[in-house]
Ligand binder design. Structure first.
Ligand code: AMP
Length: 357
């Protein structure tokens, strides 16, 4: 049943993704309540209600459940216990199972392989000995990552032509937390798919974006990506398989590596709207944000075809000083997140340049 206009949607997390979800919800006639400890966060600036509390505050979760008709989230590290508590009281989309899979790189890659989606080779690392064995199995090269709570390249260490002796002391230096060693993928490009699954099981995917990172943070997404139709179709099929296997409702972002011979390896699942889908607000009739709200509200999904080619770029830290100059460019859509201080590495906004198709 579709959520009636005037209903309230709870959003866990108060960052820019929550902000853009709240704006899309408002356009469809919904109210929003944000759960976020930080005062004056980007999402609360445009929402109806701000519950200023920790994500695992049981009392605040119950208060949120009482004031909303449905809950969603804007980041993948929402405590699973909090998501389950809300699921029991108000209903939450995407399902908590998607959080469990996305929060742990080992669980995530094991899940992907189990449904026939290829990834980089990987091994669990819980000691220096595991790492030494893994490095020799992968020919001395690989990327060591924390299994949990790593994003934007944080909590990672690269090995090239490393001997087993180089493993010594690494487990402790990485914080003595569960790790995963991935074989190093000599990819030609990185792409992502933004797709949505509705409550009736229908699936719509946007065109793949080609992504370039700087210092581990997304810098630019270009659409169309320079890939063949076959590779694009393979990526869309993989995203669909993930959505169906998780009985998912909402928008998902899936990142892939494309190798020279067209081989596609999935890298990461984000159970939420995704930075590499921001271009959809400028180059598609229905943005990823509206698509997510439509899906969780039980409304029909919108068409995902793009009306324009485009390039989206993030404004990170002091890049935001370019904002005024950018506004004088024709065919450019600017989006700022309402953050006061432009700290290094902080996403302050983004812009999308529209080209002609
Ligand atoms: P992640 O945190 O897994 O998204 O990794 C951040 C970035 O590191 C990716 O976007 C890639 O550019 C690079 N990277 C991650 N894993 C690998 C891998 N197994 N092989 C080569 N590059 C990788």
């Amino acid at each position: 049943m579709a959520l009636p206009s005037g209903a309230t949607i709870g959003i866990i997390g108060g960052g820019q993704l929550g902000r853009m979800l709240a704006m899309a919800a408002a356009r469809l006639g919904y109210r929003t309540a944000i759960l976020e400890p930080q005062a004056d966060c980007p999402a609360a600036q445009v929402a109806n209600i701000h519950v200023a509390a920790a994500y695992d505050d049981a009392d605040a979760l119950d208060r949120l459940a009482d004031m909303v008709d449905i809950v969603t989230y804007e980041f993948e590290n929402v405590p699973v216990a909090a998501a389950k508590r809300l699921a029991a009281k108000a209903g939450i989309f995407p399902p908590p199972r998607a959080l469990e899979v996305a929060q742990d790189r080992l669980v995530e890659k094991t899940f992907l392989n189990s449904i026939g989606i290829a990834t980089a080779p990987f091994l669990a690392v819980d000691s220096d000995e595991d790492l030494a064995e893994g490095l020799s199995a992968f020919g001395g090269s690989g990327i060591l990552k924390t299994r949990r709570l790593g994003y934007d390249g944080k909590g990672q260490r690269l090995f090239r032509d490393a001997s087993a002796a180089e493993a010594e002391g690494v487990f402790a230096a990485m914080g003595s937390v569960p790790l995963i060693l991935e074989g190093f993928v000599p990819f030609e490009r990185e792409i992502s798919i933004i797709a949505a699954r509705a409550q009736d099981g229908s699936i719509m995917a946007y065109d793949p974006a080609e992504n370039v990172h700087r210092n581990g943070i997304l810098h630019r997404s270009t659409v169309p990506a320079a890939i063949s139709d076959e590779v694009a179709q393979k990526a869309m099929d993989a995203a669909s398989a993930i959505l169906s296997a998780l009985d998912y409702v909402g928008v998902i972002g899936v990142e892939f590596f494309v190798l020279g011979d067209g081989i596609l390896l999935a890298n990461e699942i984000a159970p939420r709207v995704h930075n590499s889908g921001h271009w959809t607000e400028a180059a598609c009739v229905i943005s990823q944000f509206e698509q997510h709200i439509r899906a969780i509200a039980g409304l029909p999904l919108g068409v995902t075809a793009r009306h324009s080619d485009c390039v989206m770029e993030n404004l990170v830290g002091d890049d935001v000083s370019r904002a005024q100059a950018l506004l004088s460019e024709p065919d450019l859509v600017l989006h700022l997140y309402g953050k006061a201080e432009p700290r290094p590495g902080r996403k302050m906004g983004h812009f999308t340049r529209i080209g002609r198709k």
